[in-house]
Design a protein around this ligand. Structure first.
Ligand code: ARG
Length: 577
């Protein structure tokens, strides 16, 4: 049976913990985090352990002495070349070159490139994209789609059973207005041409009329009641609105290569809402206030959440509590992750808090992001932050085509278009994913499509170049199979690249754990830099046999790490750009 893959950090951490336990047999170290981390700076070795500082308090001793005792006691694992004490008590760990080489050999032999199966037997639900029926996706939904999908890919790569759930906003009072408006003034040609836009127009017009037309208001209310009580005709209309909306959104998901396991909208939980209210009342978590039912969370600094409006209708909080209860009962997930823009922070804090009080133990995580600024001149924007996503993607592809035409003028046009599609969509995604999601960024085409900066085209181009080195080798030495030669690390730049490559699994693990695709993006950018300096400084095809084949293997591994890493961001890697 294959041994479970473990991260280098984990192996070293376990070794440190054992060694400290040997040094201090009488101390209780169970609460102390003895983790080893990758060194930020080469001069501190390859990995670093700061446990001595943490232990100093518990042992009432000085960290440097503790570190020294560690160094004196430790039996080095096979992979470690040396350990040194530094600064106030850090233990710097340097790996052996042949230890690194054997890590790389293992990665090459593993089609998962050394990714540990840490998600085995664990289910994670990721609630993302989740746009509203009869409304265009806004920039927040787009970011949620791209960020959520990358988190989805990261978790799957680590062996989690991921359920991607598109929690559509498909229920609520607006449907009375839309049904009535649809019957009175739908433009059926427009509905065919641009369904979501037309549905939204119907809604807005109907809503405006309801403001000062009491009869209209009542009629809309009556339609809503009919829908809610299962009237066949209204139900059919409502279903057609969902189908029209999804038909349009699915085109976008397809272009973005995003797929969901479930499309359970808010309506799916409708029958559970009254039960949620009952539970809240039983547990004395709710109270009446001006005819409405609220959960007063003021003592917890979370304001008030309305769970039943004065007209008897339920709302967003109620639905989300029902959703958690249902998902927990059906799937027993170890975590539910929600991805939305930061304006919903309070909502999530509130219902997470209420769920906890209801005794739901499932880990609930809200990943939020700021809205990306789109300078007015950049896109054909509509009011506010509503942009036409298809137009944005079209523009990205068109601009990418210019880039491809310049870089590969001899490529045939159909192929240029195919490459431009991958580059254009990649550029949009990477811009979204490479940022710390909470910082406000301004989107510019220049940055998104830069061939020489931290961008998708740059990384895609790096991949294509590296892949071509492999091909050049194969053309020049058709009879030699590099895999029959061992990996040997002699040059400084070569070692640096090797070390970086061995860190791929850890980068995936921390990007997933922190729910931050930007960790993956940073890793890939650093890797491509490490490769560049290796390629520029170390002879390659001109080297002697032996080092030459080893380098070709490093090069091939770099290409597959880039390819797999970009795939975790949902970005394709054409073989040529
Ligand atoms: N439909 C909501 C919106 O457009 C997002 C839903 C997020 N998911 C959730 N379970 N609340 O704002």
């Amino acid at each position: 049976m294959k041994k479970e893959t473990q991260l280098i950090e984990q192996q070293l951490s376990a070794w440190c913990a054992e060694t400290f336990a040997t040094c201090f047999p009488d101390a209780d170290l169970s609460d102390i985090n003895l983790r080893v981390n990758a060194s930020r700076n080469e001069q501190f070795g390859d990995y670093q352990c700061d446990a001595a500082m943490k232990l100093a308090k518990a042992l009432k001793s000085n960290p440097r002495a503790i570190g020294q005792q560690f160094v004196d006691t430790a039996v080095l694992p096979a992979i470690v070349e040396k350990i040194e004490i530094a600064g106030p008590g850090f233990v710097n760990i340097t790996l052996k070159n042949d230890g690194l080489a054997s890590q790389l050999t293992n990665m090459i032999a593993d089609d998962k490139l050394g990714l540990p199966n840490i998600g085995k037997n664990q289910t994670v639900i990721i609630d993302y994209s989740s746009p509203n029926v009869a409304k265009p996706m806004h920039i927040g939904h787009i970011r949620s789609t791209v960020i959520g999908n990358s988190i989805d890919r990261l978790y799957r790569a680590l062996g989690y059973n991921v359920i991607a759930d598109n929690h559509l906003g498909d229920w609520g009072t607006q449907f009375g207005l839309i049904i009535l408006g649809y019957r009175e003034f739908a433009d059926h040609d427009a509905l065919k041409r641009a369904p979501v836009e037309e549905l939204e127009r119907i809604y807005v017009e109907s809503y405006n009329r309801s403001k000062d037309d009491a009869t209209w208001r009542d009629r809309a209310k009556a339609e809503l009641v009919k829908l809610q009580s299962g009237d066949a005709e209204n139900r059919k209309l409502w279903e057609s609105f969902i189908a029209l909306t999804l038909g349009e959104f699915d085109k976008i998901y397809k272009r973005l290569d995003v797929t969901f396991d479930l499309y359970r909208g808010e309506s799916f939980y409708n029958d559970d809402l009254a039960g949620v209210i009952e539970r809240l009342e039983e547990e004395k978590l709710s109270e009446e206030s001006d005819g409405a039912l609220i959960c007063n969370l003021e003592n917890d600094g979370l304001n008030v959440a309305i769970v039943r409006k004065s007209d008897g209708g339920f709302n967003y909080t109620t639905t989300d509590i029902a959703t958690v209860a249902s998902r927990t009962a059906e799937f027993q997930p170890s975590e539910i992750i929600y991805v939305t823009d930061d304006r919903q922070q309070l909502h999530f804090k509130q219902f997470f808090h209420i769920c906890k009080k209801l005794g739901i133990e499932t880990k609930l995580t809200h990943i939020y992001f700021g809205l990306m600024r789109l300078p007015e001149a950049t896109f054909s924007t509509r009011e506010g932050n509503v942009i036409r996503l298809d137009a944005l993607l079209d523009e990205a592809e068109a601009r990418a085509l210019e880039v491809v035409k310049t870089s590969s003028p001899d490529m045939d046009e159909a192929q240029q278009r195919e490459v431009a599609r991958a580059v254009g969509i990649g550029a949009i995604k990477y811009t979204d994913l490479s940022q710390n999601p909470t910082s406000l960024v301004t989107f510019t085409w220049k940055k998104a499509l830069a061939m020489d900066g931290n961008s998708a085209p740059y990384l895609q181009y790096a991949y294509a170049r590296i892949a071509s080195v492999r091909d050049k080798y194969a053309a020049k030495f058709p009879d030699i199979s590099p895999d029959e030669f061992p990996i040997v690390l002699t040059e400084e730049q070569e070692r640096r690249l090797a070390l970086k490559l061995t860190r791929f699994p850890a980068a995936v693990e921390s990007a997933a754990r922190l729910h931050r695709p930007s960790v993956m993006a940073d890793y890939l950018y650093d890797l491509s830099q490490a490769y560049s300096s290796f390629y520029q400084n170390v002879p390659f095809l001109k080297a002697d046999q032996g080092p030459r084949e080893s380098r070709i293997r490093l090069c091939a591994l770099t290409a597959s790490v880039l390819k797999n890493g970009l795939a975790l961001l949902g970005i394709e890697t054409p073989e040529r750009i």
